[in-house]
Design a protein around this ligand. Structure first.
Ligand code: BGC
Length: 746
C-alpha cells in the first residue's frame, strides 16, 4: 500500500476501531477457530466490554509458535471488517531456538560484525516462526551487578552500547532498512527508554536519579543510535526518571525522543507500565494515566485495560486529541505495511511444509563462534590453560551436566538443545586423550535458599544426597585426577528480570566446595556461569584459572571445551567491571576525577578518596581479559601533539604476538578531556580494534582522533567541542596506562 491507501484506510475507521490498533493483548484473548474473543482473560484484565471490543485489537504479545500465529491471524481476519492484520510481537532477545550467549557476554566479544550476524540469524528464525517484531535490542547502560537485568544489557560503556544498538538493529531489520522489512527480517524495538539500567541499589523497578550530563553523555546515546539506524519501535521504561515515570514523561518521549532524536516510529509501553503510573503516585486514576501517556506519545498500551477503557473518553473531552490518535494509528499501520502484512498477513508461516533454518548447523556454528569469543579468561596462573593432552580430568560441579545455560530471557529456547560442558569435553576426549570422571560436588542452589525463588522454585533440581557426601565424592574423584575442571555459578533464576541480588557472589555452599578441593593440591580450572559479574574475592586465590562463561547459549559447552583444550584461543574482554565486594558497587571505569585522588605512595594518609577497609580498584576492570598469546604493545606514536582544531590526528601502536598461539587482541583507545566546562570522566573508551595475529606476527594498529571523540553534551543536550588538552591512552584494558600522551588543541 502507499501512504494514500493507508490514509484512506485510516479515514474509514471509527474512533473505537482506531483505539483498537493501540491495544496489545496476549494470545489467550484470541480463539484460533471460532469467535475471536476469549472472555476469561477480558474479565481478568478488567476490560470493559461496553467500551472495548477485542475484535479491534491491533497487536498480540508473546505468541511465539508459527502454527498458533497462523491460526490466530486467519481466524481474526476472517471475522474482521477492515482486514487489518494483527501484529505479532515477542521477546526474542538473543535467539529464537538457536540461543546465542546473553547480550552482556556478546559485548565481551567486542566483535560487532558477529553481533550483527547473530541478530540476523535470530531475525531469520523469528521470521520463519511468523513473528513480526522483537523487543530487542535492550541498550540500557548498567553499572550495578546487583540488578538482575544486566544480563540483557550491553554493559557499562556508552560506545559499546551504541555499537550494540546499531549492529543489532541492522541485523534484525536489515541494513539501510527505510521503508520495507523484507523476508527473513523483522522489526526491532529498542528499550527501555530511558535509563532503566540505573535503579537505586540495583533494585528492580526502583527509581532512577541521574544528572542531565550523565543522561546525555552516557545513557541516551545507545537509544539515539537505534533511532539513527532506523529502528521501528521504542519501548518505554518502568522506572521514574528524576521523579517522573518514563511512560508518562512528556519531556522524555515527546520532546527528546520524538523531537530531538526525530523518532517517527511506534512507541510502546513496557508491560502494564501505563497502569503503573497510578501506583507510582503520578496519576490519580486510569483515565489520568491514559491521558498523560497518550499525550506523551505512547502509541501502544501493552497488556492493560487503561487505553482500552479510557481513551475514548480522553478523546471525547479534548477533540484535539483526535489528531494525536490519527498520528498514532498511522504509525502502526505504516509498520504493518512495511512488514508487507497487507499483502501477506501470514509472512513466514504461509506454507506449513516449509523447511526452516531453525537450529540449522550454520546457526549452531554461529552461536558457538559467538560463545567462543564472548567467554573471558580472567586468570591463568602458570599457564595451566590450555590443558595438555593425555590427562585424567575430573569434571566437578553443578554446571558440568547442566542444560539450563541459556539465561533467563531465552523464553523460546529449549534446554534440551543445549550442549553441556560435559558433552563438549567428551567430544574432545579422544583427540586430547583425556580420561574423564565426574562428580556433582554440590547442588546448584542450596536447599535453604530455594524458597526465595517464588514460582521458579519448582524448576530447581533438588538433590537428595547430603552436601557432605557430595563433597567427599568430589574429593575422591579429584584426588585421582591430574586436573579439576570445576563448573559453578548462579542459577538461571537468580538473574534476569526481577532477579536483583543484594549480594551477587558465588553461593557459600559452592565456595565451601572450592575450598575443600583446593586442599587436594591439584590445579583447578574454574568455569563460572552467571548472568552478571559475580563477586569472587573469596575464592580468587584458590583456583588456578578462571573462564567466565556467562550464560553461553545453545553451544556453550562445546565452545568452552574448545577454549579449555586450546583449539580456540580466548579473546573476550569485559564489558562490565567486577567488584571486589558489595560496598564498592556501583563501580565502573569511567568515573569522575576527584579533588583528592588516592595517593598510593602515602596510602595511610587519611584525607584521600579511598575506603578504609578495601581497595578502590575493582577485582577485574572493564576491558580486561587474557589470552593464550602474549601480546606486547610497543612503538606508541602520535603524529602531532599540538594542533589546530581543523588538523587531523592519528595515533598508532604496534602489537606483537610473542607466542606460538594464533590469537585476537582487542586494542582499546581511551580519552581523558583534562579540563572542561562540564567535567568529563577520568577516561572514556572512544575506539577499539580487534585484530588477529599469527604466532610471532606484528601489526600496526592506528586510530584517527575525530572531533566527535573529543566532544561532549551539555545539560541541554547540545554537543560541544572545547579546545584544550586531552590525554590519550592506548592499551589492553581500561586500567592499562603504559602508552599515553597529552595533546593540545588550540
Ligand atoms: C519487560 C520487557 C519485555 C516485556 C514484554 C516486561 O516485563 O520489562 O523487557 O519486553 O515485559 O514481555
Amino acid at each position: 500500500m502507499n501512504l494514500n491507501d493507508l490514509n484512506l484506510l485510516l479515514n474509514n475507521l471509527t474512533v473505537e476501531e482506531k483505539i483498537g490498533q493501540l491495544i496489545q493483548l496476549t494470545g489467550d484473548f484470541f480463539d484460533q477457530e471460532d469467535e475471536i474473543i476469549e472472555t476469561g482473560p477480558m474479565t481478568k484484565l478488567g476490560l470493559d466490554d461496553n467500551k472495548y471490543d477485542v475484535k479491534n485489537t491491533g497487536s498480540v504479545l508473546n505468541v511465539v509458535n508459527g502454527k498458533d500465529i497462523l491460526n490466530i491471524q486467519k481466524n481474526y481476519l476472517e471475522q474482521s471488517k477492515h482486514k487489518i492484520p494483527l501484529l505479532f510481537m515477542a521477546d526474542i532477545i538473543y535467539g529464537y531456538k538457536t540461543i546465542l550467549p546473553i547480550p552482556l557476554a556478546q559485548t565481551c566479544s567486542w566483535n560487532f560484525n558477529l553481533v550483527k550476524d547473530g541478530a540476523s540469524m535470530m531475525a531469520k528464525e523469528c521470521f520463519e516462526a511468523g513473528i513480526h517484531v522483537t523487543f530487542s535490542p535492550m541498550v540500557d547502560i548498567v553499572r550495578d551487578p546487583r540488578w538482575g537485568r544486566v544480563l540483557e544489557s550491553p554493559g557499562e560503556d556508552t560506545l559499546l552500547s551504541k555499537m550494540y544498538s546499531k549492529y543489532m538493529v541492522e541485523g534484525i531489520q536489515g541494513q539501510d532498512c527505510n521503508d520495507e522489512i523484507g523476508n527473513n527480517k523483522i522489526a526491532a524495538c529498542v528499550k527501555h527508554f530511558a535509563a532503566y539500567g540505573a535503579p537505586r541499589a540495583g533494585l528492580e523497578y526502583a527509581e532512577v536519579e541521574l544528572s542531565q550530563s550523565t543522561l546525555w553523555n552516557d545513557y541516551f546515546p545507545g537509544y539515539k543510535e537505534a533511532v539513527d539506524s532506523g529502528v521501528k519501535f521504542v519501548m518505554t521504561s518502568f522506572n521514574l526518571l528524576n521523579g517522573i515515570p518514563c511512560t508518562g514523561n512528556i519531556w522524555l518521549n515527546k520532546d527528546i525522543l520524538r523531537g530531538k532524536f526525530g523518532f517517527n516510529g511506534v512507541l510502546i509501553s513496557d508491560y502494564a507500565a501505563i497502569e503503573e503510573l497510578t501506583k507510582h503516585g503520578f496519576t490519580k486514576d486510569a483515565f489520568d494515566s491514559a491521558s498523560i501517556a497518550f499525550e506523551s506519545t505512547v502509541d501502544i498500551d501493552m497488556k492493560t485495560s487503561v487505553y482500552a477503557n479510557n481513551l475514548l473518553d480522553v478523546v471525547k473531552i479534548d477533540n484535539k486529541k483526535l489528531d494525536l490518535l490519527n498520528t498514532a494509528v498511522l504509525r502502526i499501520l505504516r509498520v504493518k505495511n512495511e512488514l508487507g502484512l497487507f499483502e501477506n498477513p501470514y509472512r513466514g508461516v504461509e506454507n506449513e511444509d516449509r523447511v526452516t533454518s531453525i537450529l540449522s548447523s550454520e546457526h549452531l556454528d554461529l552461536s558457538k563462534n559467538m560463545a567462543e569469543e564472548s567467554v573471558v579468561m580472567l586468570k591463568n596462573s602458570r599457564n595451566i590453560l590450555p590443558l595438555k593432552k593425555d590427562l585424567d580430568v575430573a569434571l566437578i560441579g553443578p554446571y558440568i551436566k547442566e542444560k539450563a545455560t541459556l539465561g533467563f530471557w531465552a523464553i523460546t529456547g529449549e534446554n534440551k538443545d543445549t550442549i553441556t560442558l560435559e558433552e563438549g569435553v567428551k567430544n574432545l576426549s579422544d583427540s586430547m586423550n583425556w580420561r574423564v570422571s565426574y562428580a556433582l560436588g554440590c547442588p546448584m542452589v542450596c536447599e535453604s535458599e530455594i524458597k526465595n525463588y517464588g514460582k521458579y522454585a519448582e524448576k530447581i533440581e533438588r538433590v537428595s544426597v547430603p552436601e557432605d557426601k557430595l563433597r567427599e565424592e568430589a574429593i575422591e574423584i579429584s584426588s585421582k585426577s591430574d586436573v579439576i575442571i570445576l563448573a559453578v555459578g548462579e542459577s538461571t533464576y537468580q538473574s534476569g528480570e526481577a532477579g536483583s541480588r543484594s549480594n551477587p557472589c558465588i553461593p557459600d555452599h559452592q565456595i565451601k566446595l572450592i575450598k575443600k578441593l583446593k586442599k587436594i593440591g591439584k590445579p583447578i580450572v574454574l568455569i563460572v556461569y552467571a548472568g552478571r559479574p559475580l563477586i569472587m574475592s573469596d575464592i580468587i586465590d584458590d583456583v588456578d584459572a578462571i573462564l567466565y562463561a556467562w550464560y553461553p547459549g545453545t553451544m556453550g559447552g562445546q565452545a568452552l571445551a574448545n577454549l579449555i583444550s586450546g583449539n580456540v584461543n580466548p579473546s573476550g574482554k569485559l564489558s562490565m567491571t567486577f567488584p571486589r565486594n558489595v560496598g564498592q558497587i556501583p563501580i565502573y571505569y569511567n568515573t569522575y576525577k576527584t579533588g583528592r585522588p588516592i595517593d598510593y605512595e602515602n596510602y595511610n594518609h587519611r584525607f584521600y578518596s579511598k575506603y578504609l577497609d578495601e581497595k578502590v580498584t575493582p577485582l577485574f576492570s572493564f576491558g580486561y581479559g587474557l589470552s593464550y598469546s602474549n601480546f606486547i604493545y610497543k612503538n606508541f606514536k602520535v603524529d602531532n601533539k599540538s594542533l589546530k582544531q581543523e588538523e587531523k590526528l592519528k595515533v598508532s601502536i604496534t602489537i606483537e604476538n610473542r607466542s606460538e598461539y594464533i590469537g585476537k587482541e582487542i586494542v582499546q583507545l581511551y580519552i581523558d578531556d583534562m579540563y572542561s566546562t562540564i567535567v568529563r570522566p577520568r577516561k572514556e573508551l572512544k575506539a577499539f580494534k580487534k585484530v588477529l595475529l599469527k604466532p610471532f606476527e606484528e601489526v600496526e594498529v592506528s586510530f584517527s582522533i575525530t572531533e566527535e571523540m573529543l566532544s561532549f553534551y551539555d545539560n541541554e543536550g547540545e554537543l560541544h567541542f572545547e579546545l584544550g588538552e586531552f590525554k590519550i591512552f592506548v592499551g589492553s584494558s581500561s586500567e592499562d596506562e603504559m602508552n599515553q600522551c597529552i595533546i593540545s588543541i588550540d
